[in-house]
Design a binder for this molecule. Structure first.
Ligand SMILES: Nc1ncnc2c1ncn2[C@@H]1O[C@H](COP(=O)(O)OP(=O)(O)OP(=O)(O)O)[C@@H](O)[C@H]1O
Ligand SMILES: [Mg+2]
Length: 317
């Protein structure tokens, strides 16, 4: 299965290096376009139904059923107080691959990501229904130790958030709070993680200096090093490049491709080119629902829904 997955990844990635299409692929249904080319079609059937609050079956590409899912969400719903933000998402996140979550602002991408490591528990008035499993173990059982669960999921946020301490202490922080005191273990883990995060060469001579003195791109790679130091099963990345310049962004993208050899990665991004460049699979969400999900090459170049075609080419959303 892993072999099959990596074959799929290389074919998917090479297929999407081309620019996202301006127009939907020929197999997609033709929209009704009032007022000439480039206008919004009169009807986006799926999106219109979602806007009316109807429940809509997601369009999941057939090949997704072959993937070995490390995270599986099953009719997962979430409310902030009376307001429902996630409306029954069922999807698997394939092991050893990069999956991108895309969709317009407010569609629930971050909420879904934070549901996996139960960070939403920290928000008052949150209620959930349905389930999520991580490598088969339920995330929302009352007996789950949330601290232990979060150790299994590394998370990186939009804005780099180094702690006001040395580079070394930042990286090994998750091990320290887990009680690790052995210097040799901490040093080895620090070096390994900084190498994984492609930061070692830049900081190896200044490990004792404050992490706050690093550039934004270096700080974000430091946060990735901290997120992988305890060997998580999955890395959750919420728009990790949105505060970075183009050069730092490319470094992080290269890094994501490298670490995806070892980790399952779920990344939220608003940048369609980034989703096409770094991911193997792409899930398009709208108003708290999964709309279309499939291999990235298909989502960008041969989507089944006109809505997806228009979203990834910037004509909708
Ligand atoms: N802490 C919160 N309390 C109440 N409502 C929230 C909270 N966080 C998010 N929401 C609401 O839930 C919905 C989904 O928000 P979420 O932040 O998950 O969207 P998103 O897709 O990540 O958006 P963006 O692309 O702008 O980051 C929105 O309507 C948002 O206003
Ligand atoms: Mg968000």
């Amino acid at each position: 299965m892993i072999e099959a997955m990596s074959e799929k990844r290389s074919s998917t990635k090479s297929a999407v290096e081309v620019k996202a299409p301006e127009a939907p692929a020929s197999t997609a249904p033709s929209p009704v376009v009032p007022g000439g080319m480039g206008g919004e079609p009169a009807h986006y059937d799926v999106i219109d139904a979602i806007r009316r609050g109807e429940s809509v079956e997601p369009t999941v590409h057939e090949s997704m059923s072959e993937a070995d899912a490390v995270i599986q969400s099953d009719d997962f719903k979430l409310w902030y107080g009376d307001s429902q933000a996630i409306h029954g998402i069922s999807m698997g996140v394939p092991r050893g691959a990069v999956t991108a979550l895309i969709g317009p602002s407010g569609c629930g991408k971050s909420t879904f990501l934070r549901s996996i490591n139960r960070m939403n528990d920290l928000v008052e008035g949150v209620r959930v229904e349905g389930g999520i499993t991580l490598n088969g173990s339920p995330v929302y059982e009352p007996t789950v130790d949330v601290i232990e669960l979060r150790k299994r999921l590394g998370m990186v946020f939009q804005k780099p958030n180094p702690f006001p301490m040395s580079i070394f202490e930042n990286v090994v922080y998750p091990l320290r709070i887990d009680g690790e005191r052995r210097k040799s273990v901490l040093q080895e883990a620090c070096e390994r993680s900084l190498k994984s995060a492609a930061l070692w060469d830049e900081v190896k001579d200044r490990l004792k200096e404050s992490a706050l003195g690093l550039s934004g791109g270096q700080q974000q790679r430091l946060c990735i090093a901290r997120a992988v130091v305890a060997d998580p099963e999955v890395l959750l990345l919420d728009e990790p490049c949105s505060a970075l310049d183009p050069v730092a962004t490319i470094r992080i993208e290269e890094l994501i491709s490298e670490i995806s050899e070892r980790y399952t990665v779920l990344i939220v991004t608003h940048n369609m080119q980034q989703a096409a460049r770094v991911s193997d699979y792409t899930a398009f969400m709208y108003l708290g629902r999964l709309v279309e999900y499939g291999p990235t090459g298909d989502i960008f170049q041969n989507p089944k829904l006109i809505e997806t075609a228009h979203y990834v080419s910037g004509r909708f959303g």
